[in-house]
Each structure stands twice: as C-alpha cells, then as structure tokens.
Design a binder for this molecule. Structure first.
Ligand SMILES: *Cc1c(COP(=O)(O)O)cnc(C)c1O
Length: 453
C-alpha cells in the first residue's frame, strides 16, 4: 500500500515514510492510494478477536512495509498500558443509547489509542534506520499529553510539545510537564492553539530545518493516527446488538476532525456504519460547515472542553479530497482560498452521512447534570457535547473522549462530585517543568536547535 498527498505534488510514500514525515512535503495530508474493502466474511472473522488482534488485522492492510512478525507485537505492546481488558468498553446507558469509552489509556483520553502506537512506530523507525527523530506537535490539551506518554524515555527520540499557556486544564498541563523524562519538552506559548499550530506549520514548511533535525509531526494530521482510530469504530460496530448496527449514528465530540474522519473512512472501506454526528462546542466552524456549506474561521473562544477549542480543522482536508472527487488541484485551490481569505463557501456541499450539533459553553454543566440524573453516568465536558440533541427514536453511540477525572472543577461545579483517578493523583505532587516561549517560528526554531537529539 502506498500513500499519496491530498495536494497531489508529492510522490507516493510507503507507510513508514508517510508516518515519519507526518505532513506531506507539498503541504497536503497523506491518504492511502486505494482504500481496502472489508467484506461481510472479514467482519464475521473479526468478531471474536480481542482489541490488539483486531487492530493487527486492520493495520496489516496498511502497514505493508512492516513485516507482520514485527507489526503484531508492536501493536500488542501499544495496548498494554490501558487499564481495562476490553481497551474500549462499549456501555449501554438506555435502549437507544450507547457510550464507547475511549479514555482508559495512560493519559485518560482517546488520543492514547493512536499515540501509544505512533510512539512504538517511531521507536522502530529509529532502530531500523539507525536514526534519531525529533517529534514536534501543537496541542490544545490532550494530544500533547498522549504524544509525550507515547514517547516517554524512548531512545533516539525527543519530543517538543507546544501548548497555549494557561488554556489547558491544570491536570492536562501536569501530564505534559511533570513526566521527569529527559527527552520531553513542554513548551508553554503565548497565544492560542491556532497561533501555535500556524507557527508549527511554518517550521515544517522549512525543508532544510525539517530535514536537518529529522522533524516529525505528531498532531492529528499523522496518517497513523487516523488509521489507529478506525479500529475502535470497527470494535464498537462488532459489539452492537445486530438490530442496532445498521441504524446507530456515531456521535463524535469534534475539534480537528481527526476522530470522526476515522469512522467515516472505515465506512468507505465497506463497514456499514450508518453515519456520524459532528458534535462541536461553541467553537463551531464544523457545525457551520455541515449545516450551511460555509467553511469560515471565527475567533477561538476558550471553553469547558478545551481539546475542542479549535477553528482550523486540519483533518477536514482529507474529507475534502474525497468530496471533490479525489481531485488534488481542486483541493489546492480551495485550501489556497481558505488560507488567503479565512473562508470558503461551497455551492454544493455534500455532507455525505454527517450531521452536526453545537453545544454552547453555558449548556455543558447542565448536560453533565442531566446525564448523571438520567443514567447515573458521569461524562467529561467533551463527551457532554455529544449528548446535546440526541435523537430519541434512533440509536446513538456517543464516543466518550476523555475521563471526567481530567476535569474535576467542571464536574464538581455541575454535580457536586469530584471524580478522581489514581494516575492523576500522583501527578499533583510532582514539580511542573515547562519552558515559556512566544508563538513565533523563530523562537521555536531556536529552542529546537538547542535541544534536539
Ligand atoms: C482531541 C480531543 C477531541 C477532538 O478530537 P478531534 O480528533 O480533534 O476532532 C475531543 N475530545 C477530547 C477529550 C480530545 O482530547
């Protein structure tokens, strides 16, 4: 299997090369040259598999340049630090309501599913090629923590994570800045997540610098992340009662469009998922897109669900590629207009099987309270956005993207209980080690220059 860029000006890459570079050199995102198709017989065969075995069966179709004898243990190792044997438990809250819990990994958010795997892929790359790698990412909270825990102490690697100072939760910050690992740099920048991401894009655009430091991107554009996330949709679909399977809408708390895109790609691979709801918080560029066809930047407003405080949904470009008939020239034209003017209006926007909802910040505590009263279930503020406007007559599977224990203040204010997690308690007594920077490419470049492996 080879990987092509959405912008059409990068020669096809192998899986490992596409994973290593992250962003395609032409500024586009990697996609498989063709999508494999899973048949009914495949799905029946997958039904009894455990999570890591299912992941192997899925990824072997994509990671074709890694010998299967290496790929299987690499995947198995990526799911050993989860605290429950199901890895992604599917829980039923009501007749038509299911929750897929994706927060039992080491940093208690769904990003561990991809980043534990990505850390092991990077480690293998360094070993096989006798190279070092410097991983660079921007985070609005959970990505950075998950990326850091995927690479913690791995030889031959260093990781630099930018985050908006004061705009991630104190526990999210502690997960990044209290690891004690020498290869981890938590960089607190002045500005928003989008400022940090813009600076980072510019650094990746500097070919000489990127190649000299063997920089790799860890934000949600990395191909391996999207593919790893397809697996839990497949896992959940296999576990839904037969009469629910063809009807259930997957409701996905959304920021960068990475999580929900993975489900949609799986649908394109022949797994009959009915559709998806893009559930945003008040930072609602995607809600506006899917309801009006207008893709337009707005200001980022900090919310109770900080990992969704995003206006530029990087992974949207992958959906865009397919929705313009796999035409990279059209993708380039649309992305150039968006970059130049801050918006693009689609005259015939095909939203395919997506619906959208939007949750204001003021609504989040009330929703957390209602869910607890109605189902005895405590949802974190991101997951709560998914519970807005649930269809009563149709099954829904809400993806629970973070543990409520990561957001104790919001939960306490909503229901008077403070959820805890033993892994987080130990962090509260460790010293915070962070590096303050301005969100300019020059400042970030200088820091990497001084600390890269
Ligand atoms: C990252 C994140 C999201 C948003 O996921 P995207 O892939 O960016 O759409 C939602 N909830 C939580 C808890 C997250 O960490």
């Amino acid at each position: 299997m080879r990987y092509i860029s959405t912008r059409g000006q990068t020669p096809p890459h192998s899986f490992s090369d596409a994973v290593a570079v992250g962003l395609a050199p032409d500024g586009g995102l990697f996609l498989p040259e063709t999508l494999p198709q899973f048949t009914a017989a495949d799905l029946a065969r997958f039904a009894p598999l455990g999570y890591a075995d299912l992941c192997f069966e899925f990824l072997r179709r994509f990671a074709t340049d890694i010998p299967e004898a290496e790929l299987r243990p690499l995947i198995a190792a990526s799911y050993t630090r989860f605290s429950v044997p199901e890895i992604a438990p599917l829980k039923q809250l009501g007749e038509n309501l299911f929750v897929l819990e994706l927060f039992h990994g080491p940093t208690l958010a769904f990003k561990d599913f991809a980043l534990q795997l990505l850390g092991n892929l990077y480690e293998r790359q360094c070993r096989v090629r006798s190279e070092k790698i410097n991983v660079l990412g921007a985070t609005s909270g959970d990505t950075g923590a998950a990326a850091i825990h995927g690479l913690l102490g791995k030889p031959g690697t260093a990781i630099f994570i930018l985050y908006p100072d004061g705009r991630v939760s104190p526990l999210q910050e502690r997960q990044m800045a209290c690891t004690g690992a020498a290869n981890v740099y938590a960089l607190a920048v002045d500005g928003s997540f989008d400022d940090a991401q813009a600076a980072l894009k510019e650094i990746f655009g500097d070919q000489e610098f990127r190649i000299r430091h063997r920089l790799s991107a860890v934000n949600s554009i990395n191909l391996a992340r999207v593919l790893a996330q397809c697996v839990y949709y497949l896992w959940a679909w296999l576990r839904l009662p037969a009469h629910v399977r063809s009807e259930a809408e997957f409701v996905v708390p959304t920021g960068n469009f990475g999580n929900v895109l993975a489900g949609w790609l799986l649908q394109k691979m022949g797994v009959p998922l009915r559709g998806f709801r893009v559930a945003t918080n008040q930072n609602d560029i995607l809600h506006r897109l899917f309801t009006t066809g207008d893709y337009r930047l707005g200001p980022v407003r900090p919310s109770h669900a900080p990992s969704m405080d995003i206006q530029v949904a990087s992974n949207f470009e992958r959906f865009l590629y397919y929705s313009v008939g796999s035409d990279p020239d059209k993708v380039r034209e649309i992305m150039a207009t968006f970059k130049a003017t801050g918006g693009y209006t689609f005259t015939h926007f095909n939203r395919d099987t997506f619906t959208a909802s939007r949750c204001t910040d003021a609504e989040i505590p009330g929703i957390i309270k209602t869910i607890q009263a109605r189902y005895g279930y405590v949802a974190d503020p991101h997951t709560a956005c998914g519970f807005k406007d649930l269809a009563p007559d149709r099954p829904s599977v809400v993806l629970a993207t973070a543990s409520p224990a990561k957001f104790p203040d919001t939960i306490r204010a909503a229901i008077g209980i403070e959820p805890t997690d033993p892994g987080l308690e130990v962090l509260k007594v460790r010293p915070i080690v962070k590096n303050k920077l301005v969100a300019t490419p020059a400042a970030i470049r200088a820091f990497i220059e001084a600390h890269a492996v």
